[in-house]
Ligand binder design. Structure first.
Ligand code: ZN
Length: 276
C-alpha cells in the first residue's frame, strides 16, 4: 500500500487519484499548486482494486478525487457515499467518446491508451482544478497546454513508428479487450483473447475459435498485459507460431511511471512485434 502524503506547499490543492496515470496528469497540469495523493497500490490490479477504509480516509482530506470513469471503478458510488459531503469525484474519462468492442455494444473502458483521450481528459481536469482553486486558473491553463502539446507529440511519434506496418499486419491481438480506443485511433483491428477484465478464463469452444482466427490472421505477435501472467498467451502463441510481447494495457506499470513512458513502451512493442 503506498500513500504519498508529501508535505506540499502550504495552500496547495489536495487531490486524491484512483489511477497512476491520472496522478501523473494532475501533477503535470497542476504543478506546484496541487498535492496529489495516490490511492492506487503500487502493484495493484486495476480490475480487482477496491478502496479500503484506509483509502477512504486518505481521500477524505482531498478536495477532488480523480477517477477514470466509464465503469472502470464499479465502487465509485459507495466511495462517494463514504466521503465527506464537500469532496468531489471527477470522472476524467467522462468526456471521452465511447469505443465499442468490434461487433458489440460493449464499451471498452481503457480510454487512456490514446493520447487524444488523455488530452481531452486534461481539459476536464483543468476545468475542475480551476473551479476548486480559481486563484491558480492561469497556471492550470498553461499546465494543460503543455500536457496537450506532449500528447500531440506522442501521437505523432506513434504514427511515425507504425508507418512501416502494412495494412494486413495491423491486427492487435491482446490478452484482454483493452486496446479498442488505441486501435480506432491508429488504424488497427483489435482482437481480444478474453473480455474486458482478464480474470475470465474463456471456454474451450472459444479457444478453438480464437486459434482458428489467429491462424487466419497469420498472427506474428500476441500481446499480454505487463501485470498479467503470460502463460496462457504463450501456450496459444506456440500453437500458432507467434511470439509474445508485453503491453501496459491498464496503464499501470511501475517501471514506466509517466504516461509518456508507458505509451512509448506500448508503441515500441507494437511496432517491433508487428514488423517481423
Ligand atoms: Zn484492463
Amino acid at each position: 500500500m503506498m500513500f504519498v502524503c508529501a508535505l506540499g506547499a502550504e495552500g496547495a490543492l489536495r487531490i486524491a487519484s484512483l489511477h497512476p496515470l491520472l496522478s501523473d496528469m494532475a501533477r503535470q497540469v497542476g504543478g506546484t499548486e496541487v498535492e496529489v495523493v495516490d490511492l492506487f497500490p503500487e502493484n495493484g490490479e486495476l480490475h480487482a482494486f477496491e478502496p479500503t477504509a484506509a483509502h477512504v480516509s486518505a481521500a477524505a482530506g482531498a478536495q477532488l478525487v480523480l477517477a477514470c470513469g466509464k465503469g472502470v471503478e464499479p465502487y465509485l458510488n459507495d466511495l462517494r457515499d463514504s466521503l465527506p459531503a464537500g469532496t468531489k469525484i471527477i470522472e476524467l474519462g467522462g468526456a471521452v467518446p465511447t469505443v465499442y468492442l468490434p461487433g458489440t455494444r460493449i464499451a471498452d473502458p481503457h480510454w487512456w491508451n490514446t493520447p487524444s483521450a488523455m488530452k481531452r481528459a486534461s481539459r476536464t481536469l483543468r476545468t475542475a482544478l480551476a473551479e476548486a482553486a480559481p486563484e491558480h486558473k492561469e497556471s492550470f491553463a498553461s499546465g494543460q497546454k503543455r500536457y496537450a502539446a506532449q500528447m500531440d507529440e506522442l501521437a505523432r511519434e506513434a504514427r511515425l513508428a507504425f508507418s512501416g506496418i502494412p495494412q494486413e499486419k495491423r491486427v492487435l491481438i491482446c490478452s484482454h479487450a483493452a486496446m479498442n480506443h488505441f486501435c480506432k485511433e491508429f488504424g488497427f483491428t483489435a482482437i481480444a483473447i478474453h473480455g474486458i477484465a482478464h480474470e475470465s478464463e474463456g471456454d474451450t469452444a472459444s479457444l478453438a475459435h480464437i486459434l482458428s482466427e489467429l491462424r487466419q490472421q497469420k498472427a506474428s505477435c500476441l500481446f499480454y498485459g505487463v501485470n498479467e501472467s503470460p502463460k496462457v498467451l504463450q501456450t496459444i502463441a506456440t500453437q500458432v507460431g507467434a511470439e509474445t510481447r508485453p503491453l501496459a494495457l491498464d496503464g499501470i506499470y511501475p517501471a514506466a511511471p509517466t504516461y509518456a513512458d508507458i505509451f512509448r513502451f506500448n508503441v515500441k512493442n507494437i511496432a517491433e512485434g508487428l514488423s517481423r
